[in-house]
Design a protein around this ligand. Structure first.
Ligand SMILES: NC(=O)c1ccc[n+]([C@@H]2O[C@H](COP(=O)([O-])OP(=O)(O)OC[C@H]3O[C@@H](n4cnc5c(N)ncnc54)[C@H](O)[C@@H]3O)[C@@H](O)[C@H]2O)c1
Length: 372
């Protein structure tokens, strides 16, 4: 069977290559290699006078108007991220969930499932965790900041109770908080064991622990790059493999969502952040690669790439930097930043059976940023 597929492909390749040689020559339409656009410092007079050949994003500001003039990083832009003790807390979303009076597909339900969310104490992770609980799942929040995770876990159950009055205590979701440094393999294994001990199983994983930093590439301290990649990339890999191993041992199906970023597909401006962008490109490709590797185990792996989202942290940064806010918003086709709640539906879809034939994909939730 394998041989016949190979033979068919070989025959197809041969017939395609003979078909292409049979086509009329189109050489007149090809530019010869030597006509490739020249570099800015080309001193050929003819090239200098030609606005197309001499155009470059390095064009001096006072001469040629090019879009590239504005599409650059600016190493003077330095976003100051507060240290952990000054990080703003994220509110639990009020009044957007509630009892379901509108019919919806049962496939979207996460009832009788257990979901582990890394970085779930704050920001996007917390909002997605709330969407997951509202969709019926039990939840384990795993975070470096266990105290905040614990308070948010109680807050999520309380909010669920308010939105679903009349439930008996045993009908409330079980939401627990656990410590882990996602970049540390021992810490990750211990957290996964602890979650299994509390909940009996893990069916879904969302990896939201991660952070961004701004340094120009030349002066980025190497130990900080290693830390960034350790949390954003290794942390995602360690949790994904740990949870996949557990699912395989149980012979159970499952699904995971890795939180990448639009920065994995485009280069943000004006703030320089090359290692962060590279880490998010890695997440997208990791999700695709693991999706293929684990498809035979019925474990789906997808990626969500958010655009600029208005978390407590980004709101604080942008309130302090209104020019940066205006610049960012001017680049988003929908003309506004996303809110963490905008990810609730996306993550529920990708975890649930509603997406059971979707794996290895990257769902961009970015207001169209990456389209332009
Ligand atoms: N906010 C945005 O605009 C935006 C856009 C695109 C992608 N993202 C991505 O979304 C994810 C969440 O971002 P956010 O804005 O919610 O950030 P956030 O800082 O609000 O929340 C991140 C959470 O991760 C936890 N965390 C950090 N390092 C950890 C570690 N080593 N181990 C365990 N937990 C750790 C923090 O304690 C915090 O609770 C990140 O991966 C980020 O890159 C954010």
């Amino acid at each position: 069977m394998f041989k016949s597929v190979v033979a068919r492909q070989a025959a197809k390749a041969v017939s395609q290559s003979s078909a292409s040689t049979a086509r009329p020559a189109l050489n007149t339409f090809f530019r010869s290699l030597s006509s490739t656009a020249s570099r800015a410092n080309n001193d050929n007079e003819k090239v200098k006078k030609d606005p197309f050949l001499s155009a470059t994003t390095k064009a001096p500001d006072d001469t040629l108007e090019t879009e590239g003039r504005f599409a650059r990083t600016d190493e003077r832009v330095k976003i100051e991220y507060p240290d952990d003790s000054h990080m703003p807390r994220s509110p639990i979303v009020q009044g957007r969930g509630g009892m379901h009076f509108k019919r919806t597909l049962a496939q979207f339900s996460l009832e009788n499932r257990v979901t582990l969310v890394t970085g779930g104490a704050r920001g996007l992770g917390l909002a997605m965790a709330q969407g997951i609980v509202a969709s019926g799942s039990d939840l384990a929040i795993v975070d470096l900041n266990k105290e905040e995770a614990q308070e948010q876990a109680q807050g999520l159950v309380e909010q669920f109770r308010k939105e679903n009055p009349g439930l008996e205590p045993d009908q409330l979701p079980s939401v627990t908080a656990h410590y882990a440094d996602v970049s540390n393999p021992q810490s990750v294994s211990a957290a996964i064991e602890e979650v299994i001990a509390k909940h009996g199983q893990i069916d879904h994983l969302v990896t939201s622990a991660g952070f961004a930093e701004n340094f120009d590439a030349i002066s980025y301290p190497y130990d900080r790059i290693k830390k960034l990649w350790g949390v954003n990339v290794d942390g995602t890999y360690l949790f994904a493999t740990g949870v996949a191993k557990h699912l395989m041992e149980r012979n159970a199906s499952g699904s995971m969502v890795m939180i990448g970023s639009m920065s994995g597909a485009i280069v943000n401006i004006p703030q320089p952040q090359s290692p962060y962008n590279a880490s998010k490109a890695a997440i997208r490709q990791l999700a695709a690669s693991l999706a293929v590797e684990w498809a035979c185990y019925d474990i789906r792996v997808n990626c969500i790439s958010p655009g600029y989202m208005l978390t407590a942290l980004t709101r604080k940064i942008l309130d302090e930097n209104p020019e940066l806010r205006d610049k960012w918003i001017s680049l988003i086709p929908t003309g506004k930043m996303g809110t963490p709640e905008d990810l609730m539906g996306a993550v529920t879809f990708l975890l649930s059976d509603a997406s059971r034939y979707v794996t290895g994909t990257d769902l961009r939730v970015d207001g169209g940023y990456t389209l332009t």
